[in-house]
Design a protein around this ligand. Structure first.
Ligand code: ADP
Ligand code: TPW
Length: 569
């Protein structure tokens, strides 16, 4: 610090962190207070930011992550040291896995005590603990570095493949006092945080050539495509090429699910039969059977659009990689297609898809229209589907096993980035965090469709939803257990089976404890009424939906991934 820039005014680490975030147009923090960040949260609020306080850091982190996914700006999660940090770390790891930009900011204990392991309050080497699970991890030690440290965290979170960034703020840093003018000058506004990355022209040509020769092309849209916010060009690519498309679960709504080129209802057929597949922001991971085996049927060639070069050839050979941001890559393909020479896909291909779609949709309609008592997944979801059809702007959160599998295929989405689910890990526990993040970020209602087990991971955040009066409707598919409620303890002992919960639990009573509205529904008519009223009221609501406890299958559709003991009787 030089004397000639010194003013009589002073600032400190607390102020500089808030100033640095605001300087980069970040207006919301999701977190949970305690030593040493309580004053940071207070100050954020005093300085006009929104601070949303949670009951557990994992959910604050999930809210931040989904806010990042929705906005392309890093969502911020603020926690205390060691245990608070670790609770948030699950969300940071999940964000990194799903390519969502977020920054986990945790206070940390005295460095000199932590490093000598002398036993400080909440002692932990957080920076190193975060590293394997974060895209980048940084610690700021000097108040005058807060500006550059926050800028670095923001750029790391959103540029290239987005991910989770950890930012370590030692308690001593927050209390450090420096000259205010010097502090102001140290702030950094990140210029062009997400620069366009234009694909090389020869890569584009290679992809176009491959596409031109295709007889049975298919476009596969992943959540990277939804994240990229290139909605108009993606739609134009699909419609002008005439190529059938499949959305991954969180890419649903990029084009309305009712679109005639959607091949969702003929998914297994198109995956097996396609000859050239254009992957747009979708990884060939377990969710796509690693791009090989029976699911993928006849030999095929892939065009893969991704911002991350190391994603290419990760599971199978990629014939035409297209490295760049999805907006630029899709627009380059579109220009090529518009300049001609790319005929529409064979009518035999689109015809065969249409035929299978019709058959499968008719079969599904008859399942959906049955009215069993007790209600099952299908009849409950039919009622929800019909209400949500009238509100395409509503955000949908979805987790569970059967509840996830059935809702994903039955609930149509009409707008991009409105569906948030268990994602790349198949994680349980994102429910209320994503719901709060989505409600706060969009200002629109959220309907969270939750298995009863899935809901339990974040259920205490009902209080948060009620406290902030968020328009979140949580529907608990209550079938008395994990997957279903019918397992028995083979020993005849008093403990119930590992998958079983308290029978006939009344989750609706939980929300009433916090002033929210509870409904207990046992048939589709009651579901329709409850959901319609809840959405219209905008009040925090929980609908306890009684589902046939025999209806679910173990692990939902993932039975093949579930090893079972040879000795099982
Ligand atoms: P899904 O689960 O829907 O199949 P994934 O999460 O597996 O989707 O894949 C998303 C992919 O999108 C990642 O490989 C990521 O690198 C990529 N991606 C994310 N944002 C962009 C972008 N703006 N431009 C290009 N690729 C992107
Ligand atoms: C963090 C394992 C996968 S699905 C599931 C669990 C516990 C719950 C299924 O029961 P639910 O749904 O929600 O009642 P339904 O419709 O089948 O009745 N811990 C974490 N993540 C995962 N995925 C698990 C455990 C799991």
């Amino acid at each position: 610090m030089t004397n000639n820039t010194q003013s009589s005014e002073q600032t400190d680490g607390f102020h500089l962190v808030i100033d640095a975030l605001k300087h980069n147009d970040i207006d919301t923090i999701f977190g949970l207070v305690g030593i040493p960040i309580t004053d940071l949260a207070r100050l954020a609020q005093a300085e006009g930011m929104r601070f949303i306080g949670f009951r557990h850091e994992q959910h604050a982190g999930n809210a931040a992550a989904i806010a990042g996914y929705m906005t392309q700006k890093p969502g911020i999660c603020l926690t205390v040291s060691a245990p608070g940090f670790l609770n948030g770390l699950t969300a940071l790891a999940n964000a990194t896995t799903n390519c969502f930009p977020m920054i986990l900011i945790s206070g940390s204990s005295e460095r000199e005590i932590v490093d000598l392991q002398q036993g400080d309050y909440e002692e932990m080497d957080q920076l190193n603990a975060a590293k394997p699970y974060a895209k980048a991890s940084y610690r700021i030690n000097k108040a005058e570095d807060i500006g550059i440290g926050v800028a670095r965290a923001i750029r790391a979170a959103v540029s290239g493949r987005p991910g989770g960034v950890y930012l370590d703020l030692p308690a001593q840093l927050l209390a450090q006092v420096i000259d205010a003018e010097h502090g102001r000058k140290s702030l950094v506004k990140v210029v062009d945080p997400v620069p366009r990355q234009i694909p090389a022209p020869d890569s584009v040509q290679r992809a176009l050539d491959l596409l031109k020769g295709a007889k049975k092309p298919l476009i596969l849209l992943g959540k990277g495509a939804a994240y990229a916010q290139a909605d108009a060009d993606i739609r134009a690519l699909v419609e002008e090429s005439g190529i059938p498309y499949l959305p991954m679960s969180m890419a649903k709504g990029l084009l309305p699910d009712t679109h005639e080129q959607s091949a969702s209802a003929a998914r297994s057929y198109v995956l097996a039969e396609a000859d050239v597949v254009v992957l747009v922001g979708a990884r060939l991971n377990w969710l796509l059977a690693h791009g090989k085996g029976k699911t993928w049927g006849v030999p095929k060639q892939f065009i893969q659009i991704d911002i991350s070069p190391t994603e290419i050839d990760s599971n199978v050979a990629i014939a035409a990689p297209l490295i760049g941001d999805i907006g630029s890559c899709v627009s380059a393909l579109l220009t090529g297609i518009r300049s001609g020479g790319h005929g529409k896909p064979d009518a035999a291909w689109t015809g065969a898809i249409a035929e299978r779609k019709d058959k499968n949709l008719t079969k599904m309609a008859s399942l959906l229209n049955q009215n069993p008592s007790p209600m099952n997944f299908h009849s409950a979801l039919r009622a929800i589907r019909d209400v949500l059809k009238t509100r395409p702007d509503i955000n949908v959160v979805n987790e569970g096993a059967n509840t996830l599998d059935f809702a994903r295929s039955i609930i149509d989405m009409y707008e991009p980035r409105k569906r948030f689910d268990s994602g790349t890990w198949g994680i349980m526990g994102i429910g209320m965090g994503y719901a709060i993040g989505a409600a706060v970020t969009s200002g629109k209602p959220v309907v969270a469709i939750e298995g009863d087990s899935a809901f339990g991971f974040s259920g205490m955040e009902l209080e948060t939803i009620c406290r902030y009066e968020l328009p979140v409707v949580t529907i608990v598919f209550n079938n008395n257990g994990v997957y279903r409620g019918t397992d028995v303890n083979p020993t005849g002992g008093k403990d119930v089976a590992p998958t079983v919960f308290v029978k006939n639990a009344r989750y609706d009573k939980m929300i009433e404890a916090f002033g929210g509205v509870g409904y207990h529904v046992t048939n589709p008519e009651e579901m329709t009424k409850a959901l319609t009223e809840a959405i219209a009221s905008g009040k925090p609501t929980l609908i306890n939906a009684v589902i046939d406890e025999t209806a679910g299958t173990e692990s939902g559709r993932l039975t093949n991934l579930n090893p079972s003991t040879a000795g099982k009787k």
